[in-house]
Design a protein around this ligand. Structure first.
Ligand SMILES: Cc1cc2nc3c(=O)[nH]c(=O)nc-3n(C[C@H](O)[C@H](O)[C@H](O)COP(=O)(O)OP(=O)(O)OC[C@H]3O[C@@H](n4cnc5c(N)ncnc54)[C@H](O)[C@@H]3O)c2cc1C
Length: 408
């Protein structure tokens, strides 16, 4: 019987395991996860999950793994891959032979180099265990300093305010969300945080973060010191590539795969946050996405290709973030755009369309309350996938339905 091994029991790995069964695979599946809990959704960790839940939101109920004959190994690291002998070694010493291997090892929160102390009052957020550790520090009367005005930092800031904590966000760049989010959208978010009482400081250099007897101190480049009960580091994530590197697989800002998610090793695939891949829609440029939907879609695609489908990546990158009652959504990749057009959707919601010099729609970024931008972003996504050159006037005229542009 064939044996497929999946390393990494996150969104992507779990999705791939279930998709293998959905697609009729009858062989053995082993899903190896370093964390002690069954695969869960990470997005709630910085949002409502941090406010409400003590249990993570699981990708699937534990019984379903048994029902689907998925041998889920938790609290187990894969420590080595022998790509010639086709064997994976686990942290408990067990060796598993595989016919096909999928690496879905995800990413880890990036640490800050200037940390002095044990880290008890200086935290990062990537796992359910991290979130559980953070919760008590976000209570009323406590002060959190968040380093990094990216998505995780800002979502944490919104959640901390909801829980009643005081929050300062320190960002090195001149504005928050500098990577991938247009200024007009970032401004809405910044203003909303300020209205909610978050102290956002941009353009700051951080010299060191030090633990003190009762809290932590952030030392800024201009000599200022900021005291907080807790410092949260939210400066991005880096792909987990150590295992792949050790096995001699090609790595290029993530485990390098081709458009079918194949690594440089025979019968070894990689998918989700851990891999970089060529995106045909954008001229084959190599990208790595850290997004929930990408992890799901690539898990499903990897399963198809483990079964020999030979399908190529075709999805449009898509990302969302919730802060307070605002939802931001971004479809496509905006770098390379030369023109930006705005469509107002009412009640403060709007979408920015990003076009290249030929008028081709490359990306759309929207912000609004609740689901205000969801439908139009979905339509923009379809236009992006179709490599459409929509009429600029129609894009900006809110009375013209975006759907009508699809037929054009
Ligand atoms: C706090 C937070 C909020 C987020 N919010 C959003 C959002 O709003 N919108 C959005 O689109 N995306 C969001 N994301 C990103 C999204 O959650 C990720 O893109 C997605 O989880 C990636 O899934 P993955 O399976 O590729 O990797 P991961 O979820 O990182 O899972 C990989 C798993 O592999 C395990 N692993 C690694 N190496 C080994 C090994 N050697 N042996 C065994 N196991 C191993 C890891 O421990 C981990 O459990 C958020 C992420 C975080 C952390």
């Amino acid at each position: 019987m064939l044996h497929f091994v999946i390393i990494g029991a996150g969104e992507c790995g779990a999705r791939a395991a279930f998709a293998l069964r959905e697609k009729g695979f009858n062989g053995d599946i082993t899903l190896i996860g370093a964390e002690p809990v069954a695969p869960y959704e990470r997005p709630p960790l910085s949002k409502e999950g941090l406010v409400l839940a003590h249990e993570p939101k699981f990708v699937a109920a534990l019984e379903r793994y048994a029902d689907q004959r998925i041998d889920l190994r938790l609290a187990t690291h894969a420590t080595d891959i022998d790509p010639i002998g086709k064997v994976v070694t686990l942290s408990d010493g067990e060796q598993l032979s595989y016919d096909k291997l999928l690496l879905a090892t995800g990413a880890s929160a990036r640490s800050f180099p200037g940390i002095v102390g044990t880290g008890e009052r200086i935290r990062m957020l990537r796992t359910h265990a991290d979130a559980t550790g953070l919760r008590p520090a976000l209570l009323p009367g406590r002060h959190s300093a968040i380093i990094g005005g990216g998505f995780i930092g800002l979502e944490l800031a919104a959640t901390a305010r909801k829980l009643g904590a005081d929050v300062t966000v320190i960002e090195g760049l001149p504005r928050v969300l500098k990577r991938g989010v247009p200024e007009a959208v970032a401004e809405v978010i910044t203003q909303r945080h300020r209205d909610e009482g978050v102290d956002i400081r941009c353009g700051e250099t951080i010299v060191a973060v030090e633990e003190a007897a009762t809290g932590a101190i952030v030392r800024l480049g201009d000599g200022q010191e900021l005291s907080a009960d807790l410092v949260l580091i939210g400066i991005g994530a880096q792909p987990n590539v150590a295992l792949a590197e050790k096995a001699g697989l090609a790595v290029d800002n993530g485990i390098a795969v081709n458009e079918r998610l194949e690594t440089s090793g025979a019968d070894i695939y990689a998918a989700g946050d851990c891999c970089s891949f060529p995106l045909a829609l954008y001229g084959g440029r190599r990208v790595r996405l850290e997004s929930w939907r990408n992890a799901q879609e690539q898990g499903t695609l990897a399963a198809a290709n483990l079964l020999g489908a030979g399908d190529s990546i075709s999805a449009v990158p898509w990302f969302w973030s919730d802060q307070y009652d605002l939802t931001l959504q971004i479809a496509g990749l905006a770098d390379g755009a030369t023109t930006m057009l705005r469509r107002d959707l009412g009640e403060g919601a709007f979408i920015l369309f990003h076009l290249d010099e030929t008028g081709r729609l490359l990306a759309a970024s929207g912000i609004g309350r609740g689901n205000a931008v969801a439908r139009d972003i979905r339509l923009a996504e379809m236009l992006i996938a179709a490599r459409a050159h929509p009429d600029p006037e129609a894009l900006t005229a809110s009375h013209v339905k975006l759907k009508s542009l699809l037929a054009a």
